[in-house]
Design a protein around this ligand. Structure first.
Ligand SMILES: C[S@@+](CC[C@H](N)C(=O)[O-])C[C@H]1O[C@@H](n2cnc3c(N)ncnc32)[C@H](O)[C@@H]1O
Ligand code: SF4
Ligand code: SF4
Length: 357
């Protein structure tokens, strides 16, 4: 189920929400990463915490099964630096849970792919922010010769096994619009279902590297240049692009996607947690944590299903005359040091537009 429709502006960082009544979860199995991307909202480095394998097998997966979580995305940090990735994938599949792995694709191996390909319902989302060793390497913090080609070959391998779901792109000044067109063609050629463009957001390291973002005009030019790649089998998704046509914003689906941090904290929305860690935030990240799955007092029904967010939607943009607008994204407001009740000014249809470029 899409988080937005074509008549609404995609204000949410998530592409899809859960398909009621089944639910979806993201599991941050490690904070560690082999790369050092300029924008990383997790601020991942080579050291950090891993989720305990035993706790995944004895606590997390049984909770997923009891609570109808039918899709899990493994994320990080970089999932491929987690030493027990294969065990986690196998355990999820043994419980008939579909698996998506969100990866920078630099550590994917043919051995790994051969081992999982018979398990069914396993897909990959690969992040690619440029289409050359130079641009990709500058943004992702490693421009060693051959790395980009190696990543390309890994993506081709996933594509040839029909395991490539989407390519995730954060447009940035190191890469040209031509490169982003090449990424779209490459994704199509390798059987991906979509390319998702989302802006460099001011969370984690993104707070300091916001100057690397495309400008609003470049984002509009990019949209124009790549939207023609969509067809009935292949989608181009634009997240939080400038609201040049003053379209009403979509509704925040927080709480529908369960994000579990490495330490067991369950976020109402992970982006709210990342945003709350910003220097300008008025909130503490714990304000957006529903509970901790590893705590002895944790109770899914009480902590997750019955969680009540501190404010109600009718308090957001309370004075606004635009009744169609569903008020956009809390995380973007938190990151900018605003109150939850305030308007998502970056996209608000009364403030933005009407530039049909
Ligand atoms: C945190 S990474 C974890 C998985 C894996 N290491 C990867 O790079 O795909 C998940 C996704 O978040 C994106 N991301 C991280 N920080 C971001 C930011 N500040 N703004 C937009 N996207 C960001 C990455 O580009 C990647 O697509
Ligand atoms: S975005 Fe992914 S690859 Fe880049 S530093 Fe963060 S976790 Fe690592
Ligand atoms: S706060 Fe809501 S709209 Fe924003 S990213 Fe989170 S779920 Fe999406």
């Amino acid at each position: 189920m899409k988080v937005y429709s074509t008549s609404e502006c995609a204000a949410c960082y998530f592409r899809t929400a859960a398909d009621y009544p089944s639910k979806k979860s993201l599991l941050q199995i490690t904070e560690r990463c082999n790369l050092h991307c300029k924008h990383c909202f997790v601020s991942s480095v080579c050291s950090g915490q891993d989720m305990d394998l035993d706790l995944i097998l004895t606590k997390v997966i049984p909770e997923f099964v009891k609570n109808n979580i039918s899709k899990v995305t493994l994320t990080g940090g970089e999932p491929f630096v987690y030493p027990h990735l294969i065990e986690v994938v196998e355990a999820l599949r043994n419980n008939e849970i579909s698996v998506c792995i969100c990866t920078n694709a630099s550590l994917v191996t043919s051995d790994f792919v051969n081992r999982i390909k018979g398990l069914g319902s396993i897909h990959f989302n690969v992040s690619l922010d440029g289409f050359s060793n130079d641009s990709h390497g500058k943004f992702r913090g490693n421009d060693s010769a051959g790395l980009f080609t190696h990543i390309m070959n890994n993506i081709k391998l996933l594509g040839s096994e029909n395991m490539l779901n989407g390519i995730l792109v954060t447009p940035n000044i190191y890469a040209s619009i031509e490169e982003y067109k090449d990424i779209c063609q490459f994704a199509k050629d390798n059987n991906a279902k979509y390319v998702l463009f989302n802006p460099l957001s001011e969370f984690g390291r993104g707070e300091e590297s916001v100057s690397l973002s495309y400008t609003e005009q470049q984002m509009l030019d990019l949209r124009k240049a790549v939207e023609g790649y969509s067809d009935s089998k292949f989608e181009i998704v634009f997240i939080r692009f400038p609201n040049s046509n003053s379209i009403p914003l979509n509704k925040c689906p927080a709480g529908d996607i369960i994000y579990i941090f490495t330490n067991g904290d369950i976020a109402y929305c992970p982006y709210m947690v990342f945003a709350a860690k910003n220097s300008s935030s008025r909130y503490d990240y714990q304000d957006f944590v529903m509970g901790n799955i590893f705590s002895s007092s944790f109770d899914w029904n009480n902590d997750v299903n019955n969680y009540r967010f501190p404010i109600t939607f009718d308090k957001v943009c309370a004075e606004c005359i635009n009744r169609e607008c569903k008020k956009g994204c809390y995380a973007s407001k938190i990151a900018l040091g605003k109150h939850l009740e305030e308007c998502d000014e970056q996209l608000c249809p009364l403030i933005n537009g009407t530039n049909t470029n």
